[in-house]
Design a protein around this ligand. Structure first.
Ligand code: AVJ
Ligand code: FE
Length: 436
């Protein structure tokens, strides 16, 4: 059996169990790598925006306990007294360091105890059962993706800590000049969302047909060099480009460049995982808020794409390049923390969509113009606090995953969301414009 068979659902129940076990092992290895630091590093709060790393670590185990052990396995709570500590809705991030959290050693012991029992449940469970949590291994997909999401959050925390030497870096393919900077997407109907991706979240469902007028979309994400033109042109000092709330936010916080950037004479530097380096011109810009992305687009005479426009540009497949799992193959996209940064523009020609739009998946999360709202026919599953409580006109949608996103936790239908002022996430953007 090939990886492709597994992805297409051609793996028998045993193949699927093997794949789940392998993915569970891989994600745990990742979580443990990001928390392989001294206790002070793990219990300290590096930013009021983030939890202490030791909170994320125990939280992923607690989530796994709730969903796999209690819901599916029918197993009694292992440590009911700690549940409230790891319920993200009970204590805001800024309060988490003062809670009586499990210490690093205790947290590791707790999550490994949970994991041992999870593997027993996996061994026993019928993945062909009609129950939607069991069917196709959904509950395991849920906890796997959740842990990878928290791993990406941990990377954002490590970046905020500005401490060197904690995060692995690596090599990426070189960039390439683009033939045409924009791609035209003709008017027409496309299918947004999915009914068939086995581990898709409730917010990606149901698939629905949408008509879009013709539009232009940037072939690649906006680079640091392009963004610098906006900065040097006084973009941060001209309210014409900004929504009023964005202007106010930038003024109040003294924002005049992406997070982690500083100017020294004519040179711009950035801090990346505790090390200073010149801002590389060809890389997609990251650590910008939605307000900055929106202002840049207006300055450039364009706008941010809607999430429908972003998804249509992917060409109707699970990944822009087709159905094949991105794996760790590195041919199609910069995902899964191969290197601790986005790849230069044009680095992944084979990952282009059928329309020729590049780097849609990986590199940087891309801000879209859309609020995080339910699709028509949305049905909450399996719980309200993943998506439903966030719907409304509060959060903007991000698409496509970043260099820090694991391949199993992203696809063309995947929807992420955050406040429009947030910049610690690995987010950039591309622009679009309507036909004249
Ligand atoms: C999907 C990234 C917005 O990490 O805040 C994590 C997902 N839900 N734990 C987040 C989530 C529960 C969420 N995002
Ligand atoms: Fe969580």
């Amino acid at each position: 059996m090939t990886d492709l068979d597994a992805v297409l659902g051609n793996a028998g129940p045993t193949g699927l169990k093997e794949r789940i076990a392998a993915e569970l092992a891989a994600v745990r290895e990742r979580s443990l790598a990001y928390t392989d630091a001294d206790d002070d590093m793990l219990v300290r709060q590096h930013s009021p925006l983030m939890s202490p790393l030791v909170w994320d670590l125990a939280h992923v185990g607690n989530y796994e306990e709730l969903w796999v052990l209690r819901e599916v396995g029918g197993i009694e709570p292992l440590r009911p007294e700690i549940d409230h500590l790891y319920d993200a809705f009970k204590h805001p991030r800024k309060d988490r360091p003062s809670l009586p959290l499990l210490g690093p050693a205790e947290a590791r012991k707790y999550i490994s105890g949970v994991r041992g029992r999870v593997l027993d449940v996996l061994d026993q469970v019928d993945l062909a059962a009609p129950d939607p949590l069991r069917s196709g291994g959904y509950v395991f997909g849920l906890v796997l993706q959740h842990e990878h999401q928290h791993d990406e959050t941990m990377l954002a925390t490590l970046q905020l800590s500005r401490r060197p030497g904690l995060v692995r870096d690596g090599e990426l393919p070189p960039g390439r000049p683009a033939a045409e900077p924009e791609v035209h997407i003709p008017a027409g109907v496309f299918t947004m969302g999915t009914d068939t991706v086995a581990w898709a979240y409730d917010n990606e469902r149901p698939a629905h047909r949408i008509y879009l007028p013709g539009y232009w979309i940037d072939r690649r994400p906006v680079t640091n060099a392009a963004y610098l033109e906006f900065v040097e042109d006084g973009g941060y000092r001209d309210p014409r480009w900004w929504l009023p709330q964005g202007w106010e936010w930038a003024e109040r916080n003294g924002v005049e460049a992406p997070l982690y950037w500083t100017r020294d004479g004519d040179t711009w530097w950035r801090v990346r995982f505790g090390r200073e380096e010149p801002v590389p011109p060809d890389e997609p810009v990251q650590h910008v808020s939605w307000y900055e992305a929106d202002a840049y687009a207006r300055w450039a005479g364009k706008r941010l794409p809607t999430e429908a426009e972003w998804e249509k540009a992917c060409g109707g497949r699970t990944y822009p390049w087709g159905e094949a799992d991105p794996g760790h193959l590195g041919r199609w996209a910069n995902l899964g923390h191969r290197a601790a940064r986005p790849s230069p523009a044009g680095a992944f020609p084979d990952g282009a969509s059928p329309y020729g739009v590049e780097q849609l998946i990986g590199d940087v999360w891309e801000w879209t113009d859309s609020w995080f709202q339910p699709y028509p026919g949305y049905r909450c599953f399996p719980y309200e606090e993943y998506s439903k409580v966030f719907f409304g006109e509060t959060y903007r949608v991000l698409r496509g995953g970043s260099w820090a996103t694991h391949p199993s936790a992203v696809r063309t239908t995947f929807r992420n969301w955050d406040y429009p002022i947030r910049r610690q996430i690995f987010a950039g953007f591309r622009c679009a414009r309507s036909e004249e």
